[in-house]
Design a protein around this ligand. Structure first.
Ligand code: PEP
Ligand code: MN
Length: 338
């Protein structure tokens, strides 16, 4: 349920509501909006029946949350959540752009890419140090050495580092280096991992599983929010269908659908979504036109030599062209890029 506080409610009124919720062994999530403060109450709501929240001082109304995801729902917060990590901002009028290689390979590669994508207007640097690979024989990433190189690239450019964490026990290590923790598509329903990133205060980029519905994506996000981390971005990265002309099928209707139901910002990944470098610019532009709050794009100094995902990776010149097109589309829809 949502307990809506009156506009002029005193801090003690809010404290009283929160303690009452806790007494009932439910969890209160206080959401301070620009217009009103609400307490989203989660847990087994049968325990709250007859609790009489309506009669407590400072309470304006008590409403049920209709959606199965609670804290993620637009019903509890009308304004889009702004996720901030250094210069990267996602969820406001600026569209955040995260760019970089699929995998960190060397200092030269990651620092060089960071400088190039920053010059073109990116505010986040991506790069996998722990790689979830389909085959156990494929390159698994540079692990901690890769994290150190990402930190070096941040030092050189100031870009926010976005990197994947694949296991709950790695969260403390990766969070020491990352500005944003990426939970990959293959791990979208790894509930222990979601809880572990939820216990940090590091922003999270949660990618949609290739076989997950958008409602399942929102329920996965709910695990992170419920554990206490409210800085969550959702990422549409394509789903598996009968189509073979692209690596995955990139459904952009996800963007306005999610915007109608959640306050969490939505990022699109046209690199994994298409699997082909020559389709990335068009689908990035289409994502911006559809209202995406952010883009995540694979970029490498020499894509044909990349140790993973080279076929879908842009070189610096192609990334610059993509940014020019996306900047014009962003302006056309009343936003700015970077
Ligand atoms: C990646 O971002 O390189 C990646 C592995 O993406 P996904 O989890 O979407 O497959
Ligand atoms: Mn990749």
């Amino acid at each position: 349920m949502i307990i809506v506080m009156q506009a002029g409610a005193a801090p003690q009124d809010l404290d009283r509501v929160v303690s009452r919720v806790e007494q009932l062994r439910l969890r209160p999530h206080v959401i301070v909006g620009t217009e009103r403060t609400v307490v989203a109450v989660v847990g087994d709501e049968r325990d709250a029946t007859g609790a009489g929240f309506e009669t407590l001082p400072g309470v304006a109304s008590v409403l049920p949350i209709l959606a199965p995801y609670k804290v993620a729902s637009r019903e509890v917060q009308a304004e889009t959540t702004r996720v901030k990590a250094g210069p990267l901002e996602v969820g406001g009028s600026r569209i955040g752009v995260i760019a970089g290689p699929c995998s960190v390979e060397s200092a030269e590669q990651i620092v060089g890419t960071a400088r190039a994508v920053k010059a073109a207007g990116a505010t986040g640097l991506r790069g996998g140090a722990f790689k979830p690979r389909t085959s156990p024989y494929s390159f698994q990433g540079m692990k901690e050495k890769g994290l150190e190189l990402l930190a070096e690239a941040r030092e050189a450019t100031g870009l926010a580092v976005v990197t994947e964490v694949v296991a709950p026990e790695d969260v403390p290590l990766v969070a020491r280096y990352a500005d944003v923790l990426q939970v990959g598509a293959r791990n979208m329903q790894n509930y222990r991992l979601l809880e572990a990133v939820g216990r940090t205060q590091t922003p999270v980029l949660l990618k949609r599983g290739p076989a997950a519905t958008v409602e399942e994506l929102l329920l996965a996000a709910e695990y992170i929010l419920d554990a206490g981390n409210l800085q969550v971005m959702l990422c549409e990265r394509g789903i598996r269908t009968f189509e073979t002309h692209t690596r995955f099928t990139l459904p952009l209707a996800t963007v306005p659908w999610l915007h109608a139901r959640t306050h969490l910002p939505v990022v699109v990944d046209p690199s994994h979504g298409t699997g082909h470098a020559n389709l990335v610019e068009s689908m990035a532009a289409a994502s911006v036109a559809a209202g995406a709050d952010g883009l995540i794009i694979e970029v490498h100094p020499d894509p044909k030599c990349a140790s993973s995902d080279g076929a879908q990776t842009l070189d610096f010149a192609a990334f610059g062209r993509m940014m020019d097109v996306c900047r014009r589309v962003a302006e056309a829809v009343g936003r700015s890029l970077g």
